[in-house]
Structure formats: C-alpha cells, structure tokens
Write a protein that binds this ligand. Structure first.
Ligand code: XIL
Length: 657
C-alpha cells in the first residue's frame, strides 16, 4: 500500500539520471532519432565559450582542473550563493522541446551543494526554476548534474546557471552539453482513444509544455478532457497571501477551450503544494488551532476558492474541491493535516459550500488515492455520507487509481465503485496510471516486456470495468500524457517508470491497445502495415496499386522546424491531391547548397551529392486520395540552407505548398 509523503513541486522540470534518459520503450527504438547536441562547451579553446557571471564574479578558462582535456572554466570572486556561471540560451532553446542539460562541477576548496537552475524572464518579471536540485560537491572530484528542461512560455531572457546552497567558494565547470531528441511524429493512423471509449470523457493530466508540438497533437487526438497536473494547486495560484497568479494554468485552460476539451480543476485544498504562509498567523508564527487561527484559516480558504473559482468560472466543469483528506489509520479516518488539526472537518464543509456558491454548475468532487482498499474506501464512504447528510454539496467521488501491473484486482475495484453508488454521487477516475513496478525496491533500466504486457491487460480490464459502470462514472483521467513525463519517475523513488498509454517517444504501447483494441496487445506497438485492421478483412478492400500509373498528383510541404549552427531539422508532408491512392512513394528533390541528410525517420533515404530520394517506410506507403504521409529528418549545412523549390513523387512533379 502506498502512503504519499510530502511531495516537492515540479512543474515542467524533471530531473532524471543519465541512465534513465537512455531508456527507449518504443518497440522500434532503432528508428527513434538519436539525440542532437546543440551546446558542447569544454573550454579547451581557452575561452569562456559564452559563459558569463551572474554578478561580478570572474570567469576564465583554466588549466588548474579539467574534467576532460586540459582546461575547465574557473569561477572566482563569488559573493553570493546565487552567483555562478550562466549561459544565455534564448536563441538556442525552442518552446516545447525537452533539452537535456549536463554539466560537470567541482569546488576549488571545501565542499557545498550545487544545483542547476534556469532563469527565464518576460518583460522584467523573472522566474527561477530548478533543473537539478542540490547535489553534494567537493574539491576532491567532479560531480555531474544532468536534468531536463522544457520551456513552455514566451520569454525575452533565458539562461541556465550553476549556483550553490550555502557557501560562495570558487567553482570549476567543464564539459557542458545540451542535447535534445527530435520528436518522432505521432501516429495519426491509429484510433483516437476518445472515439473508442465514448461512455465518458477520457482525460490526461498535463504540465505546461504538453500542449505544444507533438505532445499537443497527441493530446487533442486522443483525449477530450485535461487536468492541469500542478498549475491549479495553491502554491501555483496563490503563492503569497492575496496574490493570485494564473500564468501556469491560463495557457492550459485556453488550449482546452480552443480544442473543446473538458477541464478538471485540481485542486482547491490539499496538504501538499500549499505554501507555508497559509498556516501561519499574521506575525509569521505557526497556527496551533485556536479559535482565531481557525477563523483566519477558513477565511483564507474561502478567499482562495472565491478568487480561483471565479477566475475560470464555468470553463472548469469539475473541481477536486478537497484532495486526500482520509487517513484510515486514524480512529476517525481523517488525515491529520494542518487543515484538519486547525479546523476539524470545517475546512471541508467551508470548501464545498463556497465552491458551490461561486460555481453553481460545477461538479464538486472529493478525491483520494487507494480508495480500492477496503478500510480507506469505507472511511471515505462514511465521511461523504455524513457530510451529505448535513447538506454539504458533494457531487462526486474521485478515485485517483495510482495502481500497478499486479494491484489491485478488478473485483476490488468493482467493489469500490459499487460502494459509492447508493450515495447518489457521480464517480470519476481522476489520476490513473499503472506503474510497471510492484515494490519500491525494483528498478529496471528498460521496461521489461512481461511488465508491459501485464500493464496492457490491467488497462484492458480496468477500462472494461469502467465502461460496464458507465452510468456511475462520469470521467476517466490518466495522470500524464506519455511516459516521457510521469510523476512516477521521481515518486516514490527516482527510477524510470512507464505507466501510461504512450511511450517516451509518444508512440502507442500495448497499454494503448489494451484500452482501444485488446486483440492487438503484444502484437505490435506501431500502426498497421496495411489498412486491413480497419477494413472488413476482405483483401479487395485494400487500395489497388497505382504507384507507377503516372496518375500520382502530389503537394509537398517542406518545413525547417529547427536550425542551429551547422545543423537543422526538417519535416516533409506529402499530400495525395489526386483521385487514386498511392501504394508506395518515392520523393525526389535537389538541395541547392550542399545540405546533407544525416538521419531520417518514417522513411528511408539515399543521397547522391545534392540529389535526394526518400522512400516510404513499411507502414506509410499507402496514401489514400486526399490523405498524406510525413517524414522528418536531420541535416547538416554550411553557408546557407535554402529550401528545395521543386519535388517529384514517383516521377511526377508536385506542387509546393
Ligand atoms: C503530483 C504531480 O504530478 C507532480 O508533478 C508533483 O511534483 C507532485 O504531485 N496525487 C495527486 C496529485 O492528487 O496532485 C499528485 O500530482 C500525484 C498524487
């Protein structure tokens, strides 16, 4: 059984070990693009390679220490812990791309902790984010800090830097690299989860950058509900008393509205991710539970719900009003949070009453984890039943469903759902994920095949159960979009987990097929090689070959999606503008400036000097009339990088879009 310890805040940042980054769960990992290095600073050329101090500290290439080669960057004259070497990456980092930043650090003398941070600014408002938290460093050896960072907002300044926790000693920095793995296009020819599971909205919890690029495409293709994973929590929305901040949540809500997705608000009241000031008196001392403390805390709670609730109004159809209030090991079943010790049950009463007043049409939920465990389930049942008896407006019970490949059983989960039916509340599955781990001591470098299979069956069985109880269940949300960003990578311990429907390259896993079409579990994780699975099975349903008929009409979109010194990433879409399908395609073009394709996905390439030929992959050769196929590639360039101006497909000249 799991117990939630205090959780630290992570927004779009995920610190992972270098080993974890190497994990690729995609069945066709060989097809996955290799990481691209965009910064590589080793200070061997005797310069500071663009690094600057954050204040008046002195930076110089030095031979006193070196992690590799003979030089490193020395940083002396630090007068504050936040002083340290910084690199401006405003022109290097693109919004929505996940960069892996790696630096080697050592102290000149003594010891301290160092961390890797990002400063982003817009119109003089600065935000500081931790990419790798405090890590012990000494003068005795080099220490590596590696973490991932995804920019999700517009900025006019962006830099990363190394700082220390407590001393201002001199530092050495070496072998700084920044890389990213080009996004693999999402599979557009597999069924949408939301079109298969139609009994209730199917949602995903998201953090800032997941509305952008391929992540945004995956999200809107498969899901019709979102839950901001952190952006609506108290620490994000009211970090200081009476100061409300919606900068994290607003873009997510705007995206959901624009794409017609339902929104679950998570959460007004929780014991985690709530700033310390909430439980402090005006003089900064801790509340103990006096009558004055209770009145002040309930006032703050009311003010919080009134403001955050009103800011979004009816755009948010469901709110987790209170989260994780049950502790079944207590005689009264109530978690001994500050909320409870200061106000008793009144914080729950106030929260629901105020929420109903501000949001008369929203579904108001009480949300908790392990609600399939009989003792916890019954404690929650008793609380809801008591409060509803008092007239407290609880509309909904949320079951988080953080489960794993071997726990719980369907029977236990069915008993959970059945238990709440007589209470006249709707039920929602609010945070489902299926960990590949069955204990805290396991740690797999790569998800084992048998675990991924068990996971697929668990998803299959649980979704079948939820659909059977469609009259009781009004929403099912997964706690994340794809395995590249899951809270389970750092909770309950740091290790790579893979609990969702899509893998780290956003491709469908067996878990996806467990939900969408269980007959395909374990058979493939990629799209079918022919349309047979969506046809009636009659081979004559397949498009007839027409590749060399000369009837191939085509339109080409050629885009450079990223460019850096010497390298670039491209994306090409071939649209069949004719009336007959293609059964295979070959696209030819001429580069004008000696560009070279170094890697290509969703197709194969041959290049002879400036002449390029790209052939379809096994699964995207068939393109129906009006349909399209896309591939991506990485290339190198010198001097200039003009786009090709003419293309031919199976020998026919295409229009250029
Ligand atoms: C998690 C987030 O996903 C993490 O990013 C954050 O660091 C901690 O909180 N139960 C909940 C969610 O109700 O709010 C938690 O979300 C996961 C457990």
């Amino acid at each position: 059984m799991r117990a939630l310890a205090r959780l630290t805040v992570a927004t779009t940042l995920i610190a992972v070990s270098t080993a974890a980054i190497a994990v690729a769960t995609h069945a066709d990992a060989a097809d996955a693009p290799a990481p691209i290095t965009v910064i590589n600073a080793d200070f061997e050329d005797g310069t500071v390679e663009g690094f600057t101090g954050r204040s008046a500290e002195v930076l110089a290439a030095s031979t006193a220490q070196a992690h590799g080669g003979t030089r490193s960057l020395s940083v002396t004259g630090r007068t504050a812990t936040w002083n340290g070497p910084a690199l401006n990456v405003l022109d290097t980092f693109e919004k929505g791309t996940s960069y892996t930043i790696s630096v080697w650090v050592r102290m000149a003398d003594g010891s301290d902790s160092a961390r890797l941070s990002v400063e982003r600014r817009l119109a003089d408002t600065a935000n500081y984010e931790t990419v790798v938290g405090n890590t012990a460093v000494t003068s005795g050896g080099w220490v590596n800090l590696t973490g991932r960072y995804t920019l999700s907002t517009d900025v006019d300044h962006l830099s990363f830097y190394v700082e220390t926790a407590s001393t201002t000693g001199s530092l050495f920095l070496d072998d700084v690299t920044v890389s990213y793995t080009p996004a693999v296009p999402i599979q557009t020819d597999i069924p949408n989860v939301k079109s298969v599971v139609t009994e209730f909205p199917v949602g995903a919890a998201i953090t800032g950058a997941e509305i952008l690029g391929e992540h945004g495409q995956l999200l809107s293709k498969h899901f019709n509900s979102i839950t901001p994973g952190n952006a609506l929590k108290w620490d994000a929305t009211e970090p200081a008393a009476g100061t409300f901040n919606y900068t994290q949540a607003d873009p997510l809500i705007a995206y959901a509205k624009a794409n017609g997705l339902a929104i679950r608000g998570h959460t007004f009241v929780w014991h985690n991710q709530t700033p310390a000031w909430v439980f402090q008196r005006a003089d900064g001392t801790a509340m103990t539970g006096t009558a004055d403390d209770k009145a002040l805390l309930l006032d703050r709670l009311e003010n919080h719900i009134r403001n955050v609730g009103a800011h979004y109004g009816s755009a948010i159809g469901t709110w987790d009003v209170v989260n994780e209030v049950i502790d079944e090991s207590q005689s009264d079943g109530m978690r001994r949070s500050s909320w409870y010790t200061i106000t008793g049950l009144d914080y729950i009463r106030t929260a629901f009453k105020v929420a109903r007043e501000v949001l008369p049409t929203a579904k108001l939920c009480i949300n908790d984890y392990n609600t399939n465990v009989a003792a916890k389930r019954d404690a929650l049942y008793n609380l809801v039943s008591t409060l509803k008896g008092e007239g407290i407006p609880i509309d909904c019970v949320g079951h988080q469903m953080h489960i794993n490949v071997s726990w719980p059983t369907v029977a236990e989960t069915e008993a959970m759902i059945q238990k709440f039916v007589p209470l006249g509340v709707t039920q929602q599955i609010t945070e489902m994920d299926v960990s590949i781990y069955t204990s805290s001591s396991e740690n797999f470098p790569t998800p084992p095949a048998d675990r991924l299979l068990s996971q697929a069956y668990k998803y299959r069985d649980m979704f079948a159960l939820f659909r059977k109880y469609a009259s009781a269940i009004s929403s099912v949300t997964l706690w994340g979009l794809a395995d590249d960003n899951t809270w389970l990578d750092t909770y309950p311990v740091s290790r790579k987990d893979a609990p969702l429907l899509f893998d780290t390259t956003l491709q469908a896993k067996s878990a996806y097929w467990g939900v969408v079409d269980p007959t395909r579990i374990g058979t493939t994780t990629t799209a079918p090689t022919s349309p047979s699975s969506s046809s009636t099975g009659n081979p004559t349903d397949s498009p007839s070959p027409s590749a060399s008929s000369g009837a191939n009409s085509c339109s080409i979109t050629y885009r450079v999606t990223g460019s850096w010194q010497g390298g670039f990433q491209g994306d090409v879409k071939i649209t069949n503008t004719g009336t007959a399908p293609y059964s295979a395609w070959r696209l030819n073009w001429q580069f004008a400036a000696d560009q070279t394709i170094t890697q290509l996905w969703n197709g194969s390439v041959t290049q002879n000097e400036n002449s390029v030929a790209v052939f379809n992959a096994a699964w995207n050769g068939v393109v129906p009339a009006g349909g399209s196929a896309s591939f991506g590639f990485l290339g190198s360039w010198t001097g200039s990088n003009p786009a090709p101006t003419s293309f031919s497909m199976n020998g026919n000249v295409c229009t250029v879009a």
